[in-house]
Design a protein around this ligand. Sequence first.
Ligand SMILES: [Zn+2]
Length: 275
Amino acid sequence: MASFSFNSHITDILKQPDSKITILTGAGISAESGIPTFRGPEGYWTLGSKVYMPEELATLAMFNQHPQEVWEWYLYRLGVCLHARPNKGHQALAEMETLLKDRFTLITQNIDNLHIRAGNSLQRTFQIHGNINFTRCSKECCPELFMLEETLKSKRKNPSLSKTELDLLRCQNCNSWLRPHVLWFDEYYDEEHFRFESSLNIAANTNLLIIVGTSGATTLPNHVTTQVLEKNGTIVDINPEKNIFSDMAKSSLGGMFIQESSSLVLPELLSCCRV
Ligand SMILES: [Zn+2]
């Protein structure tokens, strides 16, 4: 039995034929699929005799110094993502998109591709931190994204890459290193790669914002939430832990903080869209 229920203000918004619903997801929803946040001990990585934190490794500065080692770390992380499966929370969001169509937008900080694998469309999913399955030229000689080659997708911890595999990590146009298509800690959001302005535009027209498993450590989720609050939208924060969005949600018009796991709450939200 669910220990929560959505209030009538929220269920009414879901049923209004012209209301806009935005979902903002973070690491919490994927943690329920077994993907660690990589901000904790599981993210540590050893290069030579030194142990690095994810905040040091996931940077353009580190990639410029140690491209192969940064790639080895990403290929390991990619393997973790590929072995994980979308959970009931992901599946509920994919079905919500099918029901709500262009009233629905998903903004995700997760690079693990689980939303797309669950069935959300690339068009309506703004991957604001990129997607670990894709690469692009590190020298930006061309705008295209490339899918990582299959042979690179099954690497375990501390892989040693062969010459052939290293060649697959080179840009076919200019032979520079390809880089993971992700936003690094020392880089900025933009529209071209990360749909920055589009996310803010969506926020400005959102009637109901559902925040899922997000701790609020990055700036764009904060901008999106503030924007919805300023426009008198309703905010629901779903998270087993209290976080910086919990009080913002409760202070919004008809908003709620639901201290529960998303794999329980999102299927319930989906059922409110059906009736
Ligand atoms: Zn290139």
